[in-house]
Write a protein that binds this ligand. Sequence first.
Ligand code: HEC
Length: 113
Amino acid sequence: MKKILLLLTIIILNANENRTLFFGNCIACHGDFGKRVAPHLSEVKGYYIMKYPKKEDFIKYISLWLLNPNKKNSLLPNAIKEYKLMPYLALDLDTLQKIATYIYENDDFGGLK
Ligand code: HEC
């Protein structure tokens, strides 16, 4: 029983960490507050999940994008035209993978969808 409780606590803490990282680093641009500066993450997720339905692929390609946002890798070329290319955020790979995991596992990206 104790082991199960410990395991549950670890899972919940991890999930919260991923969520905090996501909201801390992405929502300022990708949320839905006032003037749009980037497409909402639910829209972005839609494109990535269609192309990379498997969790490991999804995490890999979202992380790759974040390590090096550029026209060639973009799945949303029209978004670049509309909003300009996303800036490089200088986050480490481990953090990016946690954020990508949050995006894959959740549909709460703040604000309206
Ligand atoms: C400074 C504003 C800004 C921040 C912060 C930001 N983004 Fe973006 N992002 C953009 C803009 C603008 C676009 C649309 C243009 C583009 O695709 O480059 C975009 C596009 C994207 C795309 C689609 C890429 C493509 O074209 O295929 C993904 C995925 C993405 N962002 C994920 C994230 C994640 C995850 C975070 C947090 C770690 C984040 N972004 C933080 C501005 C931002």
